[in-house]
Design a protein around this ligand. Structure first.
Ligand SMILES: O=P(O)(O)OC[C@H]1O[C@](O)(CO)[C@@H](O)[C@@H]1O
Length: 457
């Protein structure tokens, strides 16, 4: 069951009162055609990925070595972890790590994407360093969190008297950064993150591919999905291009004050795609300056939600709160597991309607019900439909949303590839941790902290 579909019906009139109409969309036909052609011409790094074998082959070369470990631990953050997590959860059983090796067949996967000591320690408690491979992922090789966790892991490996070469694999920029230098000095294996592909666009590079392969995910089919989606998203005809149409829909609603984009997955396995999307949409589009250097302060806030769980937490707000949200449902048609609700208590009508039906039928009925209610309340919503969670469909999703984000960036006239807004925080962290070269910044931060008006109760 290959190929995701996009259902845009509920963003349009008459389904939604005051919704978009086709004429409004058609006015952008030429603009979108130009944007699509411009992106093809600019050829951003991620765009040609599905047509190159180099990263897949390099990762496949390491297959036997990587799969010989009992555990593979990813140490990275942001774009160097979110895609990995989304892939693991979508494509492996949710209880993958606790399955016996005979059933799992491939190593346990841990993704340590924070420096909270409780979190790091509880992950490390579960591994035996002698049978663990640490995949340190950092494009820049400077991110404090990834580097701190590398040092922690390195300390453990050394304390066991193990050879770092046999327990570390660095995924990093081939031309810069301290990881590259250490790897060269010590003969540690490396995988390249192409210099021209930013972290949040890197899931289909060795960043996401290695841990996916380690756990037995078919990375070639992941690429096949991306490749087939490439055909669709590079089509300059707006009505045949789901990524461009989705970007335009979000843009037009954003212009009307819809500042929030909710991605609500009706599947625990698809839920972390929404996490991956949050970074992509937020870091790419939340910008102070436009391409002409003017202050614009644009961006649409991405929110993730889980159905049905968040029906009992968020949906009241989505239905009756401000008209500021466009909602994307992720629907799964066929689940890997099936549970039929037993027919018990047939004499109680409150329960008897459930007996004999499957949980997935109930889940998708609840999705249809939420969709109906939102539409009834004139809240724009759309749906990405996954016939199944397989590598092909997940590859399609990643690729489509990467392209969509760039189209949205062009519509907003900003640069979707940089993230200057996170730099100051990174530098102040270095200063506060007494990194050499950051003394002046540290003084400024201290001065500001001392002179600041305090309101602490
Ligand atoms: O891979 P790196 O260089 O460690 O960066 C991790 C993340 O940090 C950021 O640079 C800023 O949050 C992201 O863009 C990136 O994905």
């Amino acid at each position: 069951m290959k190929g995701i579909k996009f259902d845009f019906s509920n963003v349009f009139q008459p389904n939604i009162e005051n919704g978009l109409n086709e004429d409004e969309i058609n006015q952008y036909k030429d603009i979108i055609g130009e944007i699509v052609n411009k992106i093809i011409e600019e050829n951003p790094g991620f765009l040609s990925l599905p047509f190159t074998r180099v990263y897949i082959d390099r990762v496949l070369d390491l297959k036997n070595w990587v799969q010989s470990f009992e555990s593979v631990v990813v140490l990275g953050i942001g774009g160097s972890a979110l895609g990995n997590q989304a892939l693991q959860v979508a494509l492996n059983p949710l209880n993958y790590n606790v399955l016996p090796r005979e059933i799992r067949k491939t190593p346990k996967i841990f993704i340590i994407d924070n420096i909270d000591p409780d979190f790091v320690a509880s992950n490390l408690d579960q591994i035996d360093p002698r049978t663990t491979l640490f995949n340190v992922i950092s494009k820049s090789g400077t991110t404090a969190e990834a580097m701190a966790n590398y040092l922690v892991a390195r300390g453990i490996v050394e304390s066991y008297g193990l050879d770092p070469k046999s327990h570390f694999l660095f995924t990093t920029d081939p031309q810069r950064g301290v990881l590259k230098k250490i790897a060269e000095e010590e003969g540690i294996r490396t995988l390249d993150i192409p210099p021209h592909i930013g972290g949040r666009f890197s899931v289909l590079t060795p960043v996401g591919l290695l841990s996916a392969l380690a756990s037995g995910i078919d990375i070639i089919d992941l690429y096949n999905g991306a490749k087939d989606m490439h055909k669709k998203v590079t089509n300059p005809n707006l009505w045949e291009n789901p990524a461009a149409l989705n970007a335009l829909i979000h843009y037009l609603y954003y212009q009307r004050g819809y500042n929030i984009s909710v991605m609500m997955a009706y599947s625990n396995k698809l839920f972390l795609l929404a996490d991956w999307y949050r970074q992509l949409w937020a870091e790419s589009l939340g910008k102070k300056y436009n391409v002409n250097g003017e202050v614009v302060n644009v961006g649409q806030t991405p929110i993730k939600a889980l159905g049905t769980t968040d029906q009992h937490s968020q949906v009241q707000l989505y239905n009756e709160g401000p008209y500021d949200k466009i909602i994307t449902f992720l629907q799964l048609e066929n689940f890997q597991r099936n549970i039929v609700i037993p027919k018990i208590h047939d004499n109680f009508s409150e329960l008897s309607y459930l007996g004999g039906k499957s949980l997935s039928t109930l889940l998708n009925a609840e999705l249809a019900a939420t969709e109906y209610a939102l539409t009834h309340n004139n809240r724009p919503n759309l749906k990405v439909i996954f016939p199944q969670t397989n590598p092909y469909n997940i590859g399609q999703f990643f690729f489509s949303y990467e392209f969509q984000t760039v189209v949205m960036g062009k519509l907003l006239e900003i640069n979707p590839y940089d993230q200057p807004g996170v730099e100051l925080g990174k530098k102040v962290t270095f200063a506060l941790m007494n990194r050499l070269g950051y003394e002046e910044l540290r003084d400024n931060v201290e001065k500001q902290t001392k002179s600041k008006k305090q309101v602490i109760i």
